[in-house]
Ligand binder design. Structure first.
Ligand code: AMP
Length: 113
């Protein structure tokens, strides 16, 4: 837990969220400002500020996040989806607790803006 981290507080239930999945390591909830019909966030409960702060011991955790995200996407009725990790302000990161966005339910354009 990092003091004043929004996503640490959400994963501990201190701030309400629309939870889709939880286990010992991972918490999944709907994005509050969805950018697609299905848009949810997969986070580790462990505080990691972003992709560039990942350590070798986090590799398995990130793999689990992808597998859990895929299962939740299926449950939400999307087999095709986009996965985004923003790393740093210039890339659009606004919450500095690593999170995997999963977007689905509409066609996507490429490249992203
Ligand atoms: P990023 O811009 O990649 O850091 O993404 C942060 C995401 O968190 C944005 O898509 C926000 O809409 C989302 N967000 C911020 N606050 C909340 C919240 N309280 N509950 C759910 N999603 C949130």
């Amino acid at each position: 837990m990092s003091d004043n981290c929004l996503f640490c507080k959400i994963s501990k239930g201190e701030i309400p969220s629309d939870k889709l999945y939880e286990d010992d390591e991972i918490f999944v909830f709907r994005d509050i400002a969805p950018q697609a019909p299905v848009h949810f966030l997969v986070i580790p409960k462990k505080h990691i500020s972003g992709p560039s702060a990942l350590a070798p011991q986090d590799e398995q955790l990130i793999g689990r996040m992808m597998r859990v995200g895929n299962e939740v996407a299926k449950r939400e009725g999307v087999e095709q989806y986009r996965v985004v990790f923003n790393n740093g302000e210039q890339a659009g990161q606004t919450v500095f607790h690593i999170h995997m966005h999963i977007f689905g339910g509409r066609s996507m354009t490429w490249p992203p803006g």
